[in-house]
Design a protein around this ligand. Structure first.
Ligand code: 1DF
Ligand code: MN
Length: 352
């Protein structure tokens, strides 16, 4: 898998302990959760369709099968994370406990296959101080490289200051926070669900792009200027919107139109260019990859596959064949990920 002068690192690759999938099943069967997106999408993946079996058969594997698929598609390393929606659908106490056990299992898989895996910690936004503590444990004791949050948590978004312990911990530990998609929150899902647009086809991007914009306009990056975040799916469409977002944000601030829309230190797009990295997950198509490299810079775009949801081994050829320099290709596949996730950093083992 070498011989090109680069290693292919895939940055948004999912796994799930069987125990978490069991809990999803129980939650759906109980019928007590108000989250139509979760019920519909996870209900589908826990079912018996060929696609569900093919995805879930790979989801729980952190060994032979996964490594064989990586070898077949030329992936040197997966940066693993607990699948969406992580622990965010559970009650707080359950979520805190499951995040810990999932992170422990992830760390074990990383230890068992040196060089092939790294990982991002699951955290429970339901309990922000516990999430911050678990992130610290995951980074300092388990050697994980950051955290993942799967957009809304019970309909709530991270721009609410009650969640800012999580941003503070990520900034203090100097690790990135990956804002991964989730199905749209209950308050916005109905018209998407009616036409089957709630999931990865489009609803994920509507939900997650909006969530990132809420974070930007709320001033999170003014409060935490060194915070690094990562978005999948080539930035959930936001890079395409920079001009209009900047123009309208400025106009709204000038008109003093909303009490919640305040002047920021910088333009919205400045934060999206300088605090945010984007990955190519699920977007194996040259035009938007080249567009993102041109708008964000070649240092800001990282390769991801989105295994096992998106596993088409030949797709790697799309990125291999990009009409870009060898050095930009190495950034895309390898060095940007090494930089943003600090992959070379040794684990601090003397943390008490
Ligand atoms: C799908 C894709 C489902 C992703 C996911 O979670 C998910 C899909 C249930 O293709 O239906 O996380 N994804 O990461 O793109
Ligand atoms: Mn994904």
């Amino acid at each position: 898998m070498s011989g090109h002068g680069f290693l292919r690192i895939a940055a948004e690759e999912a796994f799930a302990p069987a125990e978490v999938l069991d809990r999803y099943r129980k939650l759906i069967d109980a019928g007590t959760l108000n989250d139509p997106g979760f019920t519909s999408l996870m209900g589908f993946y826990l079912g018996s369709s060929p696609r569900a079996r093919q995805v879930m058969g790979r989801m729980t594997d952190l060994g032979k099968l996964r490594l064989r698929d990586m070898d077949e598609s030329g992936i040197a390393k997966q940066i693993l994370s607990l699948t969406s929606p992580g622990v965010q659908v559970f009650d707080g106490a359950t979520a805190v406990a499951l995040a810990q056990s999932s992170n422990d299992q992830l760390a074990e898989a990383i230890r068992n296959h040196p060089g092939r895996f790294d990982g991002l910690a699951a955290v429970a936004p339901q309990d922000p101080p516990a999430a911050a503590k678990e992130l610290e444990r995951a980074v300092r004791r388990l050697g994980l490289k950051g955290a993942i949050v799967n957009s809304h948590t019970h309909g709530e978004y991270l721009d609410d200051p009650k969640f800012w312990d999580i941003f503070e911990a990520a900034a203090a530990l100097d690790v990135p926070l990956y804002l991964h998609p989730n199905t749209p929150s209950p308050a916005m899902i109905a018209p998407l669900l009616e036409r089957g647009l709630d999931g990865a086809i489009f609803g994920f991007a509507v939900e997650t792009g909006m969530h990132m914009l809420r974070i930007v306009v709320s001033g999170v990056f003014d409060r935490f200027p060194r915070l690094r975040m990562v978005l999948g799916h080539l930035g959930e469409a936001l890079p395409y919107w920079f001009f209009r977002i900047d123009f309208m944000h400025r106009a709204m601030v000038a008109a003093n139109r909303y009490p919640t829309v305040k002047k920021l230190d910088r333009k919205p797009s400045d934060y999206l260019k300088e605090n945010v990295w984007v990955t190519t997950s699920g977007m194996a198509w040259q035009p938007p990859i080249l567009y993102c490299q041109s708008v964000l810079g070649a240092d800001r775009v990282l390769y991801a596959m989105d295994y096992p949801y998106q596993f088409v081994p030949e797709e790697v050829k799309v990125t291999d064949d990009l009409p870009i320099s060898d050095s930009d290709k190495k950034k895309l596949y390898q060095t940007n990920a090494e930089m943003v996730f600090s992959l070379a950093q040794p684990l601090v083992t003397n943390f008490a």
